[in-house]
Write a protein that binds this ligand. Sequence first.
Ligand code: URA
Length: 235
Amino acid sequence: MVRLDRWIANTCGLSRKTVKELVRGGLVTVNDLKVLDPGAGIDPQNDVLTVNGETYRQTPFAYLMLHKPLGVVSATNDRDQKTVLELVPPALYRKGLFPAGRLDKDTTGFVLLTDDGAFAHRILSPKNHIRKTYVASLERPLGDEGLQTLQNGLTLRDGTRLLPAQVRCLSDDRKTVELQICEGKYHQIRRMLAAVGCPVTALMRTAMGALPLDSTLSPGACRPLTPDEVQKILE
Ligand code: URA
């Protein structure tokens, strides 16, 4: 179950305030019944909603969280190398699954596998500001100047302009850092950190939007997301 107002806000791209006004104004129905409580629970897989006369039905797409291990490529097929799709157990596999956003072969962590192209586009488009969180281990400590440069946004040597990142040091020696970015340029985190003199020795994606990688999921394992977790990615 997910909250009615959260689901409408995310699905229709409206603010929570607007959604509350619509619901309280009697402009939202669930299975043909007017619902006046914005916090009511709905089942997006089965309930049919109308918002301002428009009907919304969640199509039953698949959304899987995979803990990508080292050495696997984020592709749907590859002649020589193992792909993330080969890690999906037969019970969860379905035609059309693809990784929504790539991780390098040497990066571990959260990969979303889905067959919902519109959702993938939504979470990957920088204009929607869905943050992806990474933890990087560094060869050298990240100094204040480097940290500031990353937070201001920088231009790489090849002219690629990068938006400001949120950065914090996770260890006293400043060699373990967390970065949040809203875009996904080629080798972005590794290139950003190399640009400030701190080559990456290990990299893991730990969250997409407000949804953290499930810490009980071992490398190589995957599981379906609940509707609520899918919505969290959009936050
Ligand atoms: N940035 C990188 O450098 N590599 C990844 O896999 C993801 C982000």
